[in-house]
Design a protein around this ligand. Structure first.
Ligand code: HEC
Length: 121
């Protein structure tokens, strides 16, 4: 029930973006790594994106421990926000993750939807 309310709210607030929520929630392929995840609007925050996108796909290059490749550190919310447009461009044009397989369509959708929500913490 809460999801239905949220979906209506998201549809109302974000127009045609609302359909994405229901698509994501009905997508049985929404699996990252070894763990299955389901997305609902209340879960789409920095913690979720960090755990599912940045940590598995970016941090092994963009961390202090890894020498912050390209001068970019993606270990904190503030740093991600500061690089947000660049991150979106790099990921959607498959330039990042560098040398690795591109993010899946579902992972890109998660990132793009989170950004379109205003990248909430
Ligand atoms: C294997 C190492 C590696 C991984 C993994 C990686 N990057 Fe990078 N990234 C780099 C390097 C090296 C650069 C410097 C530019 C270049 O060499 O293309 C860079 C540059 C960037 C830049 C700055 C680009 C610019 O031209 O200003 C952004 C933003 C970025 N990466 C985001 C990400 C994101 C988001 C991920 C995960 C989805 C990611 N990177 C994964 C190595 C990596």
């Amino acid at each position: 029930m809460r999801f239905i309310i949220c979906t209506c709210l998201a549809t109302f607030l974000f127009g045609c973006n609302g359909w994405v929520w229901s698509t994501l929630n009905n997508d049985s392929s929404l699996v990252t790594g070894d763990t299955g995840y389901s997305v609902d609007p209340s879960a789409l925050n920095y913690a979720y994106v960090n755990a599912n996108i940045f940590q598995p796909h970016c941090i092994h290059c963009h961390s202090n421990a890894a020498g912050n490749s390209g001068g970019v550190n993606l270990e904190t919310y503030a740093n991600v926000i500061a690089n947000l447009n660049n991150i979106r461009d790099q990921v959607n044009t498959n330039q990042m993750p560098k040398g690795g397989p591109p993010l899946t369509d579902t992972e890109k959708t998660i990132l793009n939807d989170w950004i379109s929500l205003g990248a909430p913490q």
